[in-house]
Design a protein. Sequence first.
Lengths: 262, 189
Amino acid sequence: MTCGRAKELMATAWATGEPDIDLRAHLTTCSECAGEMAQLSLLWERLGDIPAPEPSAALTARWESSLESMISARRGTSWRFSLSALWPQRPVWQVSIALTCLAVGLVVGSLQSRGGGTSEIAQLREEVASTKQLVALSLLQQQSATERLRGVDYTAKMPAMEPDVISALVQAVNRDPNVNVRLAAIEALTKVSSDPGVRRSLVSSLTTQDSPMVQAALIDYVMDARDKDAMGVLKDLTSRQDLNPLVRQRADMAVQRLTEYK
Amino acid sequence: MNVQVNRTDHELMTAVARGNLAGMSDIYQRRHRALFRFFFRLTGRQTVAEDLTHEVFLRMIRYRHTYQAGDGFEAWMYRIARNAFADQMKKHRLETPAEEGQLELVASNRASAFDDMSKQQDLATLYRALRQLPEEKLELIVMSRFQNLTYEQIGQIVGCETGTVKVRVFRAMKEIGKIFGELRKEKAS
């Protein structure tokens, strides 16, 4: 055994209180190591006689106070602490989470606008339009001319007219006792002037109308619609002496205009 | 305060790391004396040793998330203690060795240990020799002789091989012997 190894074993012997067999053997052959062992072992023992100091009671009081305040502070912020623990501390992860949330939001929004969202909105629009038609038809049945006028106004605001509404407006032109309602109905039907059925109904209405204003409005309608099928009716009007002269002139002008159209 | 004898330091500290700070109370009861003595023997000052002891328990709570079972609770605690001591030394260099009077003050409660006057004088000289050791050697002697830490644990705490610790302890003891001899000669002359 080397003296270097013996030094390690001496340190072990101080800690355990019993020298190793190999160390004992070395000490019998090495007087230098034996001298060190004797001197330092005694010193090691004497170090143990240095009294162990005691902390004051103030230390414990101070610690208990600190611990208590930390525990109560933690109770107050426990929910905030738990939430903050979920949020990563590294900026890289924070940015990643923010971008992921943005991407998810865009994808979900895009899917909604393409799929179910569109059909739901369309369905909703249909329901609103249907409700408006019902209201309009209901208003057109009212006894009050003002209400019927509101009904006609409702139909004029519709983007597209359903057959029921067109039929109700044609009925209003033909039968409504109030001239203003009839005039408003003719105005509303200009939206569907391309419909031959509507034009035919209104041309036939020309022969039954007694109000010059309504007759004039109907003549303008067929003239704007360039409905040459109305030529015969218009010519008949120009020859009728019981008609208002202004109406006859307007019918005459319509015949000329329609004749000019090729 | 009742110490929960059934729970090991590791179990208590694991609970503290999970947020049960009340567990620190038991750890304090078990460990505060040893830590105080560790610091007292390093600094030779009662108030500084108490401040450092308090600081170590605060740091245990502050750094509880770093606790791992690996090297054991004791090694973790002493690593924190060494760091606290190093920080203290940076702030307030404790160059003045503790006075002999402090040893006598500490020893006053143990009169039986000092019944022999010459023995008492020898012990005071030995204490002075200990205080004159360089910081690193003093730390090794304190841990191995007074704190009853194994050489393996000391190796884990200071970060070196067990064999290296043993050799360093031997050298530190030899230096104490040398200083002690010189101090005795001074006194004799």
